[in-house]
Structures are given as C-alpha cells and as structure tokens.
Design a protein around this ligand. Structure first.
Ligand code: P53
Length: 474
C-alpha cells in the first residue's frame, strides 16, 4: 500500500490557468505573445501583443478570479497537494527590477493561504514557460548570463516571502524540452530564445541550458539557507525512448538517444556534466562558455528530488535517424505497434511509467515525484450537464496501477502524484481549450467563448475515491 504521506494532488501552471495577464501590475511573459494553434498547426510567436490575434493565455480559465472556488473543489477531491507555478511577471513585471511588485506577491499569499486552509500543500515551480517578455527583448533571454542573477533574485524573493507556506519547490519546468532545438516553441518557452535563428542552434541551446543549470544550483543552495526544510527539485519531461527492436543497433541507438534526455537530470542530481557529453560536444564542435566557479556551484546545488512529467514513450530505430526533431518525436522515432495513441498522437503506455520510474530511481537514488501525467482528450457535455470521461479514468487508473508496482514491487521512493491539468486549462503545445485533462470541466472553447463555469466530470468522483482509499480503490 502507498504510504499515508503520499502526496496525491493535481498540477497546473500559472500561465495556463490564471489569465489576468495584465492585471495587478503583471508584465507580459513569453506565453502572452503565443497565438492559438491546433494539432498540426503551430502556435505563432508574435512580435509583441498585436491586434487581431487570439492569445489564449491572456484570459485562460481566469483562475486569478476563480481560485477560491477551484481550490474548494480540489479540497473536495481530497487533494493533499496542489502544484502550480508562480508567474515571474507578477512579481517582477520586466524581470530586471530590484523591488518586487507587492500586488503580485499578495496574490500568491492569498492563494497559498487558501490551499493551506484545507491542508493542501502548495508545490511550486519557479519557472514554467513564463519568463518576462522584457528580458527576451532587452537581454536576449537566457543567452545572456545576466539573466541568472535576475532569476536568482526573483526565486529568493519568493522563497523568502513564502518560506512558512511552501515547502516543495522546483526550479525549471521540463528544462529538457529545449533539446528539441529545431522546434521554436520549446526554446522560446524554456529560455526566450529561438534557436533556429541562431548561427549554431545546438550550441546556443547548450549555452542557455548551462546558464539555467547554474541558476538552478544557486537557487537550491541559497534556498536551503532560507529554510533548511525546503525540498527543492528539478523537473524533467520523461519520455523514455525504447529500442524499436532487439537489433543491437536499435538498442545502442536508444542508449545514445537517452543521453539527450538524461543530461539535464544528470547535472541537476550529480552536480556535474556526465562523461558522454564531452565527446559529443567535441564531435559537434560545440563550445559552451563556463565561468570559473560554475563547476563548484553545480556541485553545491544538487537537487533534493526529481520531479517528472510522464505522458508517453517513444520507440526509436537506428536506421530512421533522418528527419531531425519533429514536435512529436525524436530523431529515429517510429510508431510503436504495441501501444495506442491519443487524438494528438501521444502514445499511451502505462507500463512505460513503471519503466521510467525504475530507470530514474536506479540512476539517481533520490526521491521521485510524478508532477504531471494525464490524458488530453475532447470531452462532450451531456444534455443534463454531466461529463462521462471514462477514457480519462481508464488512462489514469492504468498509470496509477503501474506507479504502485514501481513503489511496492520495485522499491522506488515516490513522493507523490499530481495529474496534469486537474482543472481544464489552455494546452501548452497547441493553445487549445478542447485538449482537456481536467477532473473539473471549464466552459470555454478554442475561440475563447464560454461562461467559464466549472463542473465536475465523472473522473472527479473517481479520483476522490482513489485518494480516499490511498490508491486501493481504482
Ligand atoms: P499539452 C511534451 C512531452 C511531455 C510533456 O501538454 C510536455 C510536452 C510538451 O513540451 O509538456 C508538459 O498541454 C508541460 C505542460 C503541458 C503538458 O505537458 O500540450 O509541462 O505545461 O500543458 C501537456 O497537452
């Protein structure tokens, strides 16, 4: 059985739920210039906020105005924790100010108080695709080493402010997304840089990542001084890459391809770059500028736990390493004939979750936390207003079964489980509303129309039972 302290909950990110993009002194962030797209239609990055475009994150689901009502529903499901992020631009609208914006700080005080009122632990991501737009325009995003100082100042400001309210932190959401440097959305949202516009895109990507890894380590180190009880983690998109077959070439290629996934966590957890990266950089003529003292900082700021998102696996085939990195895949990835896919082409593989947890725990031997998992699907509202999302229940049930095996049969130290988009929110990759993950339905469509009314789906009642029974009643 899972322990009674297991952190059952749900997850969102500020920009995907809050809305109020220019309210309370908030400055624009990188997602405020992202238009709506669809499956197969890329979100555009516009040059500032322009007339005549649909920017779905500007209003999102107005969690800013509805959080009391929403938190009450999380409490009704029995959440032990709730993962969200702080919008950097509510605290530092431009990013380079010395003094924080009090109104922004106050909002998160109120939100965390509301959660704690119900005994729900806030789990907070410091940077979830929301860096200030101003830092992109004026400083070139994370290419610029100065951004390290701005981020550290922001992080320590909020850690100091919420030191008695928030215990669980994560630095950068899915820092490894940007390894897919050929797809602009990822570099832009992780780091405020469009790598394809750079002379040596891959080198530039590693340079910004180095800055982020240093910044993360500084925050871990200094954060622990603010409150030694803080648990500060990293966060990685965990997409295990299976060898397509037992052909030794496929097997070996999957090992190589996994280096690209692991690199980020390896530095976060072990405090140094792994052995495989140096020959790779040499082969590719990549030079990353590191300053004296960086190695020391990385060593001193290793994380307390690994947060991960898990949605899917991919299979890779050595003789398909042709077409570069598409949005859905990795070089050499081919459909896995043994698993089905969602309407958005994400492969559904619950056993892959147990595999992922084993991989990471064998490698790092520090606690893991599944901070995202879930099923993006189109929901239909019945005439009486109910929503029968059995497909979502089925997905989550199968994944929880596997995570239990990882904990109970394999001995993985797992802190908790927070399904993604516990309330419907704006999809990150497509900007759509119709790609829904929630236990709670929000009346809003892709065009931004709707009353924003909240209602409970069938999965709401199911998840409540799951938590009540500590994962026994699936
Ligand atoms: P949407 C790829 C693989 C796994 C997770 O995505 C990913 C991605 C895309 O980078 O992103 C996370 O909304 C991300 C969330 C996001 C969620 O997955 O496109 O941390 O912000 O909403 C789901 O369906």
């Amino acid at each position: 059985m899972l322990s009674k302290d297991f952190l059952w909950g749900g997850a969102v990110a500020a920009h995907q739920v809050e809305g109020a993009w220019n309210v309370g002194g908030k400055g624009p962030s990188v997602v405020d210039v992202l238009t709506a797209g669809a499956h197969g239609v890329d979100r555009q990055i516009t040059d500032g906020v322009l007339e005549g475009y649909n920017y779905p994150n500007h209003e999102a689901i107005d969690f800013y105005g509805h959080y009391r009502e929403d938190v009450k529903m999380f409490a009704e499901m029995g959440f032990k924790c709730f993962r969200t992020s702080i919008a950097w631009t509510r605290i530092f609208p431009n990013g380079d100010e010395k003094e924080p914006n009090e109104e922004g700080l106050k909002f998160y005080d109120d939100l965390f108080d509301e959660l704690l009122k119900y005994g729900i632990e806030p789990v907070v991501t410091l940077s979830h695709f929301e860096m200030p737009y101003y830092l992109v325009k004026e400083y070139g995003g994370w290419k610029n080493r100065k951004v390290i100082d701005f981020f550290v100042h922001y992080s320590l400001t909020v850690m100091e402010r919420y030191k008695d309210k928030v215990k669980y932190w994560m630095t950068f959401n899915e820092i490894n997304n940007q390894k897919n440097y050929e797809y602009p959305l990822f570099g832009y949202t992780c780091s405020g840089v469009i790598f394809t516009k750079e002379e040596h895109p891959e080198e530039c990507m590693y340079q910004v990542v180095h800055h982020e890894l240093v910044a993360s380590a500084m925050v871990v180190k200094e954060g622990h001084k603010i409150n030694p009880d803080f648990k500060i983690g990293c966060m990685m998109a965990c997409v295990p890459l299976y060898p397509y077959s037992c052909n030794p070439d496929d097997m070996m290629y999957s090992v190589e391809a996994m280096h690209d996934r692991y690199l980020f966590g390896d530095v976060h957890v072990r405090g140094e770059y792994p052995s495989y990266i140096w020959p790779e950089w040499k082969r590719k003529n990549i030079h990353v500028n590191m300053e004296e003292g960086d190695a020391q900082i990385l060593k001193e700021g290793t994380v307390d736990y690994v947060g991960l998102s898990y949605y899917m696996t991919n299979a890779v085939k050595a003789d398909h390493v042709a077409d570069g990195n598409g949005i859905d895949g990795f070089p050499g990835s081919v459909p896995n004939p043994y698993v089905k896919s969602s309407d958005w082409g994400w492969q559904i593989d619950p056993v892959g979750l147990r595999y992922a947890l084993n991989l990471l725990y064998e490698r790092y031997q520090i606690p893991l936390f599944i901070v995202e998992n879930g099923f993006g699907a189109i929901d239909t509202v019945n005439e009486d207003g109910t929503i029968d999302d059995d497909y979502r229940i089925e997905y989550l049930r199968a994944h929880i079964e596997q995570l239990k095996k990882a904990v109970i049969d394999d001995g993985v130290d797992l802190m908790g489980y927070t399904p993604w988009g516990c309330i419907d929110c704006v999809s990150f990759t497509t900007g759509e509303m119709k790609k829904r993950y929630g236990f709670i339905y929000v009346d809003k469509d892709n065009e931004g129309k709707g009353t924003l009314k909240r209602s409970k789906k069938k999965s709401f009642y199911w998840y409540k039972k799951v938590i009540e029974s500590k994962g026994e009643q699936l």
